[in-house]
Design a protein around this ligand. Structure first.
Ligand code: ADP
Length: 471
């Protein structure tokens, strides 16, 4: 923080979820006082950085992006070791982060404004954008490099300064990002990393009058609480929270594609994606063939140590999440669902392993279909036709991503227009997005402007309208 690496009195071991004997390192745990120092450093750095030239911002962000891309294999291995996703996914995530930094490097050069004729004779109007100030970023563990990247890069590109509070479970990835930004030539204090508890460091960010805005990604309950606190203290805020994303499979779907898309959407990254397909809504004519095919491929997925070359699905991130997944499987059984898979697995290395699970014969009203599980667990709901499938897809408190598998342009078009979600996927997994277009949802999933692409500027800038009377 403030351009220096400060150790704290407390440190916590960082455990590999694939092998609990593997300690990645001891990482500092900051207290509220350190968080406040970081906020002060960001506040002090703001004056200069907010006036820095677009070229300077471009150079730093471009260099950070280049470093991420150059080190994608090594950082991907670290990410896989720390979070538990397999290297192909982890390297893909680091690559994505590099691309995001490069995208926002160029965005720094594109901050323009408008000159608009006034409706009043002789006057003119200018619409310009300014940085918001000190931004607090609070991020989750499931994309420990990409999510910080898609918040840090636009924040810096538009001239803000940053305090990042990463999730407790992924300090190593956050530390690497901070080092990369330092090496990219970012002036001291413009970016500050504070590792520690949400209830301490996160809370310090949310309650500080010196923080102008908070961008949060995480659970619904934490997000709502943070939103209420931000509103009360007059902060700008943006929340990305959960999903209960529907994937509709219609009778006329390409069966192989529907199975592949669902396998990916529901179980890749161990289902630990807010865009994961957790409700599979399947029409009657394809129900048996689809569930049979999906079950066969799901049960064939090789679960194992994330860094084993043959592994297709790594462990669950930690013991608490594993217990939560198991709890929801029991809830589904108690509600009358038939659960296939989901067993706890004892493998060669001690880790948080479970088999992927599918809950069959579920009703949309069941808790397993209302609440986010955040694991390799999907459920299947039977629909009599497209109309009922769409109604079921929309019958949820969430609205992040929604998919449909169909070969009918009519249904695809109708679904695109009528499904209540921020992102719609046609014959493609609900998870897996591009970085140059908006990301976000509706209803209980999101609050505030979209993230990513040029839309990110809505959150990370403040619009100023100036009226000029030339006299
Ligand atoms: P998860 O259940 O997936 O860990 P959370 O919403 O609890 O999701 O965590 C997302 C981020 O929010 C993490 O960085 C966490 O430390 C942080 N956080 C948790 N509680 C608070 C809080 N009360 N105030 C601010 N940040 C918090």
């Amino acid at each position: 923080m403030g351009g220096e690496w400060i150790s704290s009195s407390r440190a916590l071991p960082n455990i590999n979820p694939s092998d609990t004997n593997d300690v990645i390192g001891e990482f500092a745990e900051a207290d509220a006082a350190l968080a406040l120092s970081a906020i002060q450093a960001a506040r002090q750095a703001f004056r200069e950085w907010s006036r820095s030239s677009p070229q300077q911002r471009f150079d730093v962000l471009d260099a950070a992006g280049a470093a991420l891309l150059a080190r994608k294999d090594e950082l991907g291995q670290l990410l896989a070791r720390e979070e538990g996703k397999i290297p192909a996914e982890a390297i893909g995530e680091v690559t994505r982060a590099g691309q995001i930094f490069k995208f926002f490097a160029a965005e720094a050069l594109r901050v323009g404004g408008e000159i608009v004729p006034s409706v009043r004779p002789g006057m003119s109007v200018e619409v310009t954008r300014e940085p918001v100030g000190v931004i607090g970023l609070i991020t989750p563990w499931n994309f420990p490099i990409a999510i910080p990247a898609w918040k840090i890069a636009p924040a810096l590109a538009y001239g803000n300064t940053v305090v990042l509070k990463p999730a407790e479970m992924v300090p190593a990835c956050a530390w690497e990002i901070a080092k990369i930004l330092e090496q990219a030539g970012l002036p001291a204090g413009v970016f500050n990393l504070v590792m520690g508890k949400g209830s301490v460091v996160g809370e310090a960010l949310v309650s500080s009058a010196d923080v102008d805005a908070i961008s949060f990604t995480g659970s619904v309950s934490t997000g709502r609480a943070i939103g209420a606190r931000c509103f009360a203290s007059g902060k700008k805020f943006q929340l990305e929270m959960g999903g209960k994303n529907p994937m509709v499979i219609l009778d006329d779907a390409d069966l192989d594609n529907a199975i592949a898309v669902t396998l990916n959407g529901s179980f890749f990254s161990t289902g630990q994606r807010c865009t994961a397909s957790s409700r599979l809504i399947v029409t009657a004519g394809i129900y048996d063939k689809f569930t049979e095919g999906l079950l066969a491929q799901m049960q064939a997925l090789r679960v194992g140590h994330a860094l084993d070359a043959t592994t297709q699905m790594g462990p669950v991130v930690d013991e608490r999440q594993l217990a939560q997944n198991q709890k929801y499987l029991q809830i589904a059984r108690d509600e009358g669902a038939q659960v296939v898979g989901g067993e706890l697995l004892k493998l060669r290395s001690p880790g948080f392993y479970m088999a992927p699970a599918l809950a069959l014969d579920t009703e949309n009203a069941m808790r397993i279909n209302r609440e986010e599980v955040f694991g390799p667990v999907a459920s299947v709901v039977r629909a009599k036709d497209y109309g009922e499938a769409l109604a079921l897809a929309n019958d949820t408190d969430f609205g992040l991503s929604a998919g449909i598998c169909t070969t009918s342009l009519k249904y695809a078009t109708h679904f695109k227009r009528n499904v209540e979600a921020g992102m719609v996927m046609i014959n493609a997994p609900t998870a897996g997005v591009d970085y140059h277009v908006p990301f976000g949802g509706r209803k209980g999933s999101s609050f505030g402007p979209r993230e990513q692409g040029t839309y990110a500027r809505e959150f990370y800038t403040s619009v100023k309208t100036t009226y000029i009377n030339p006299l």
